[in-house]
Design a protein around this ligand. Structure first.
Ligand SMILES: Nc1ncnc2c1ncn2[C@@H]1O[C@H](COP(=O)(O)OP(=O)(O)O)[C@@H](O)[C@H]1O
Ligand SMILES: [Mg+2]
Length: 252
């Protein structure tokens, strides 16, 4: 069943020419789709449009068959910002995660239940009282996701979720996202992450969709990737198995 449908969408920031043109794609409920492309290709602008922050200059965005209107607040769509510090603004983690749920006008009892569930899902239980500036990079990223989950969205827009995370935090994030059943659009330069999490990928360049298809086919297409400033990820690069044999590490 279609959750999100964009048809011939054009987008521009105030006082600028279009940064996205003729963007058409749809997303099924529960599907995870990667969005890759060079810096400035329009990934963040696309997410701001779907989140209702930026109005399309042309075309339509429909969510569950309903036409999105400018400035409309949609709890069904949750944007997780690229910079965690742009998103977290309350004094403590608990208050920050509660913010979205309180905004929905829920009872304090329901807010508390949703906050506890979101913190638990993101492995942050027990840190409720911690000032947000005292969280690590990985905790901040998961705090942003928890703040999105409290609204029980059906679509998560994750903007560069693994940026600046160390390997352990990145792995924890991948496991967290892999276990969630919400539909997701994941904008990332981390092509291995996209490969692990998304069966489908969209390539954006200069504000247009250049490819949309199965992740392994698209990211494995060396000519396509090179044409859009990308490289085939290591795990899709053909290896000469005889020469690429990794030696077993021995303990000293
Ligand atoms: N807040 C903003 N105000 C004005 N222009 C912006 C803003 N954010 C992005 N842009 C412009 O939109 C274009 C696409 O950028 P962006 O959507 O951030 O791409 P990406 O996320 O793929 O790096 C760029 O030319 C950028 O300068
Ligand atoms: Mg961006």
């Amino acid at each position: 069943m279609t959750l999100l449908a964009l048809s011939r969408v054009a987008v521009g920031w105030p006082g600028q020419e279009s940064v996205l043109s003729d963007v058409t794609f749809s997303l099924a409920r529960g599907a995870r789709v990667g969005v890759v492309g060079p810096n400035g290709s329009g990934k963040t602008s696309l997410f701001h449009t779907i989140a209702g922050i930026l109005a399309p200059q042309d075309g339509t965005v429909c969510l569950s068959g309903q036409l999105l209107r400018k400035g409309q607040f949609l709890p069904e769509v949750a944007l997780v910002f690229q910079q965690a510090d742009d998103q977290l603004f309350c004094p403590t983690l608990g208050e920050d995660v509660a913010f979205g749920a309180r905004n929905l006008g829920l009872s304090e009892q329901e807010v508390a239940l949703r906050v506890a569930n979101a913190l638990h899902a993101c492995g942050l239980t027990g840190l409720e009282g911690r000032p947000v500036y005292q969280l690590s990079g990985g905790e901040k990223r998961r705090a942003c996701i928890a703040g999105a989950l409290v609204m029980q969205p059906s679509l998560l827009l994750l903007d560069e979720p693994s940026a600046a995370l160390d390997l352990r935090s990145r792995r924890r994030l991948i496991n967290l996202l892999a276990g969630m059943d919400q539909a997701m659009l994941i904008a990332s330069h981390d092509l291995e992450l996209v490969l692990e999490l998304c069966a489908r990928v969209i390539v954006l360049d200069e504000g247009r969709i250049c490819a949309d298809g199965p992740t392994r086919d698209v990211l494995g297409d060396a000519a396509l990737m090179a044409a859009h400033g990308q490289e085939v990820p290591h795990s899709l690069t053909p290896h000469d198995t005889a020469r690429h044999k990794h030696r077993q590490q021995t303990r000293r």
